[in-house]
Design a protein around this ligand. Structure first.
Ligand code: LLP
Length: 419
């Protein structure tokens, strides 16, 4: 499923040489492989449908919010997992039908909940009693019943980076699973709420199936006890989290393994199983292309200074995340570099002691596995523009986001009248 490969000594995305794109577009930029995204979606959604009678794959938009990416996934049949009003509007605009949209998040505002009710989305994953009461009031006023799932905090350790674990009791997410039963009873008697499902999400970049197993089992247990109470649970949303290999030593479970587990534990509950993958669908389908600004040799280190920085790809800086780095021109990896960006922070480091061919100013490198939480987490830090995004389709490519200009970056600023 790797759409990036060397051909005649050059790195290609599908049938397009990255070197050729860089002749026309200023670096840094993200390059996505359309086939890569479609292949990952087919692998995930196909395995879901093979192991479960009813399954829906809702792409977690937070991992990549480019409208062309969303359109592509919408056309392939994906729904969306959204976490803001902005993502809701974007999903609808990109052709994702409202009845395939689930809304997660601990801080949904009154405006966002109203928007969700107005658009009759599939399900709102409620994260607290307080949120449910607000939603009840909004829906009742509109004369509607909002379909809800309670996000259960299953108190499961996801064995992932502490900043992206969500299913432990001490995390801010979800409702204590011991409390859920009485809340379901309460909400099913309310005017504006219709409990239709339950929701669990334990964390992101899970390389191990065991936390999923624990969470699925807890979900199944809750569905049985709710049915005993006469509450008709129709959907089980198991969140996202399936990890990917960022480096050769990572052993990621395949969608087939993950869905076999889901099928075994959740397959006979007569529920639709909703999945919210982000990273699995996008991560491996893009690279960040960057140019070497200079090679800087100090007494002890050799730095490869790139024109991409932590504002373009922040994962290494905030999660100590590993991303493979490779030269666009194939060569023998016999030189060691600390690969850094231009930003004024030591955390602006993409990797230390990375083996690459001998590099010089102007050469191109790629930072791999950058399609998820890359562009979507980019910022203007150091007053640097958001970079371009390119979608490759065979030997064709299109700019799906222009690089920002100085005018774009200043567009919303105003001079204080007294200055
Ligand atoms: N559903 C919910 C409720 C979530 O909170 C998340 C991710 C997902 C689905 C999608 O999870 P995925 O399949 O992508 O693992 N910025 C971090 C990742 C943060 C994930 C937040 N929630 C990173 O770059 O690693």
């Amino acid at each position: 499923m790797n759409a990036f490969h060397y051909q005649n000594g050059q790195l290609y995305a599908e049938n397009t040489a990255l070197y050729d794109i860089a002749e026309n577009i200023p670096t840094p930029f993200y390059v996505y492989s359309q086939q890569g995204i479609l292949d990952h979606f087919a692998a995930f959604d196909g395995a879901a449908k093979k192991h479960l009678k009813q399954a829906l794959t809702c792409f977690a938009i937070k991992s990549n919010a480019n409208p062309s990416v969303l359109k592509l996934l919408a056309q392939a049949g994906a729904g969306a997992d959204i976490v803001s009003g902005g993502e809701l509007l974007l999903a609808l605009k990109s052709g994702i039908p409202a009845d395939k949209i689930v809304f997660s998040g601990v801080g949904k505002t009154r405006e966002e909940l109203t928007l969700a009710v107005e658009n009759n989305i599939k399900q709102i994953n409620v994260e607290s009693e307080e949120e449910a009461l607000m939603l009840d009031e909004i829906a009742a006023l509109a004369g509607k019943k909002a379909k809800i799932a309670l996000r259960i905090n299953p108190d499961v350790d996801a064995h992932t980076h502490y900043k992206i674990t969500t299913g432990k009791k001490e995390n801010k997410f979800g409702i204590d699973w011991e409390k859920a039963r009485s809340l379901y009873r309460l909400f099913s008697e309310s005017k504006g709420l219709q409990p239709v499902g339950i929701d669990v999400h334990v964390g992101s970049q899970l390389l191990d199936l065991e936390p999923f197993e624990a969470a699925f089992e807890r979900a199944a247990e809750i569905v049985y006890s709710l049915r005993d109470d006469g509450i008709d649970i129709r959907t089980i949303d198991v969140g996202g989290g399936l990890g990917v290999a960022y480096q050769p030593i990572d052993q990621a479970p395949s969608p087939e393994m993950y869905m076999t587990l889901a099928g075994r534990i959740l397959g006979n509950l007569n529920c639709e199983i909703v999945f919210e993958p982000g990273r699995f669908l996008l991560a491996q389908s893009a690279v960040l292309v960057s140019r070497v600004v200079r090679v800087k040799q100090t007494e002890t280190r050799r730095f490869l200074v790139l024109d991409a920085g932590m504002n373009d790809l922040i994962r290494p800086a905030i999660y100590e995340a590993y991303h493979d780095i490779a030269a666009v021109k194939e060569g023998i990896n016999d030189h060691s570099y600390d690969v850094v960006g231009p930003i004024c922070e030591s955390s602006d480091t993409f990797g230390t002691d990375r083996q690459l061919p001998a590099m010089k100013a102007g050469d191109l490198v790629v930072i791999k596995t950058a399609g998820a939480y890359g562009a979507s987490m980019a910022s203007n830090y150091n007053f640097r523009p958001l970079c371009a995004e390119i979608l490759v389709n065979g030997s064709d490519y299109a700019v799906i986001r222009e690089r920002q200009t100085l005018d774009d970056m200043l567009a919303l600023t105003r001079s204080a009248p007294w200055l």
